[in-house]
Design a protein around this ligand. Sequence first.
Ligand SMILES: Cc1cc2nc3c(=O)[nH]c(=O)nc-3n(C[C@H](O)[C@H](O)[C@H](O)COP(=O)(O)OP(=O)(O)OC[C@H]3O[C@@H](n4cnc5c(N)ncnc54)[C@H](O)[C@@H]3O)c2cc1C
Length: 395
Amino acid sequence: MGPSMTDLFNPSDEHLALRRMVRDFAEKEVEPQAAEYDRTEKFNHALFRSLGDLGLLGITVEERFGGSGMDPTAAVIVHEELSAVDPGFCLAYLAHSMLFVNNLQQNGSDDQRKKYLPGACSGDLIGGMCMSEPGAGTDVLGMSTTATRDGDDFVLNGAKMWITNGAIDDTTLGDIFLVYARTGQTRADVSLFLVEKGTPGFSLGQRIKDKLGMRASPTAELVFEDCRIPASNLVGTEGHATLHMMRNLEIERLTLAGMSLGIARRSIEIMNNYATERKSFGHALRDFGQIQRHIAESYCEYMAGRSYVYHTANQLKLGSSGNRVDSDGVKLYCAAMAKTVADRAIQVLGGYGYVGEYTVERLWRDAKLLEIGGGTNEAHQKNITRDLSKRLTLK
Ligand SMILES: Cc1cc2nc3c(=O)[nH]c(=O)nc-3n(C[C@H](O)[C@H](O)[C@H](O)COP(=O)(O)OP(=O)(O)OC[C@H]3O[C@@H](n4cnc5c(N)ncnc54)[C@H](O)[C@@H]3O)c2cc1C
């Protein structure tokens, strides 16, 4: 047997095989379509389904419900590799496989898992998660969507904003959503519900167009008007969904940080190659100190972020919420790092960096979302500082 190839970033042979498989798929199938779907702001439904064939849509789901039964590190690997070629497509994958699928796996009942997870893992169903509203984002517990008990049903009223996979084209809703709604008077009195496309009173509001980046992932407003759903669609206990929300935000932030890693790695590869090939004043660009600074600092910051992300991923236990400082921390650090690295890549490529053909301008546009979605930088700063106030001495 040869030496083991495993390391912090691929802690087992299974992780290594997963990374190779996803990288191969990403380069052959995802990369060729990325620029076109960005430009046209379309969601590539057929490509998304092929993620189901590869077992990636239910990466953290138990095998008995159609999943691959892997851990948070595996989820980060998939996000890093897909995002290195197409962050927009990867965001649609994240909303489905982490925000809907993993959320239901962790927080749903066996009946709910049996009903929805096999279809969601195969790609027959496209899912999303509805937390944000037109009037409440960072202040998520300030949500105003309500769910009122009426006999054996709940009746939902309100609107959800910015929902990834909310619509898969201009007129078609995604298939199935986890929706947070207020079920009582206090701010924390929030419950989680499954709502299917086709439920009367559930409709598509505006399809959000002309985003700066992440244009290959569809974003929409969803509207609930006297939308009646059976009480069996309540996920977990009534009034206790803030716990589900916190649990799921940890893996969401971790995998968003994994996406940042993909953007940074690709940007470094592009600027590194370009700096070798491009000549100026009779020298390769990489001979100039200012260019060396762009490349070297980018590499070190990427490796620092990468180490932090995989260290945090290797410690995260599915279904628990225990390390909010670092799930906020990896996202706060890596989002800014990816944006800075993509920016440096544009600088190194000069005018060529500014046009689509050279990819880095798309990566830079996509990187910006990671400072907003899944929690803004300011929200992470607030959370980290609050949590650190409880442990003034660090281990
Ligand atoms: C492309 C995209 C996809 C998304 N996908 C989803 C999805 O699938 N599901 C979902 O539920 N949501 C989704 N979101 C919503 C996203 O999570 C919110 O945009 C984000 O939480 C910020 O909320 P907001 O936009 O309402 O901004 P606001 O909360 O209004 O914030 C505006 C600014 O004020 C700052 N701010 C707010 N409160 C404070 C404070 N206390 N201290 C300091 N600064 C503060 C913010 O940091 C920000 O800079 C998505 C958003 C985008 C853009």
